[in-house]
Write a protein that binds this ligand. Structure first.
Ligand code: FES
Length: 122
């Protein structure tokens, strides 16, 4: 295989208390990370991050809301996107990019996947 996936982690909050204060359960918001707009959502199952731009017509998903079933709902045409997979509900072909989130001792991180050449690494 010529490429392998690498995750670049970016610190977005200094502590779990800071992210808890920013996003209540059932809410979403938009944060900027490395020139990307990210929709940060919080459900009863935890925090999720997806690309902020709705694939249907470009609205900010961070202005929407999330459901108890684990979807973010676009504020414009109310399309639902699964926060774990990024797939649109109701048989639509659209999807949003999802990003992993890690809570560490020194803060909360979001990961951006990158493809890198594999031939020099073992
Ligand atoms: S712009 Fe998001 S559903 Fe239409």
């Amino acid at each position: 295989m010529f490429f392998r996936k690498k995750i670049n982690w970016h610190k977005v909050f200094d502590s779990i208390d800071a992210i808890n204060a920013q996003v209540a359960v059932g809410r979403v918001t938009t944060i900027n990370v490395e020139r990307k707009k990210i929709c940060l959502a919080r459900t009863a199952d935890g925090f999720f991050a997806v690309n902020d731009k709705c694939p249907h017509n470009g609205a900010s998903l961070g202005n929407g809301y999330c459901t108890a079933e684990g979807s973010v709902v676009c504020p414009v045409h109310r399309y639902h996107f699964d926060l774990r997979t990024g797939r649109a509900k109701s048989g639509l072909g659209d999807f949003v990019q999802t990003y992993p989130i890690e809570v560490r001792d020194d803060g909360v991180y979001i990961g951006f996947e990158q493809l890198v050449w594999n031939w020099l690494k073992k």
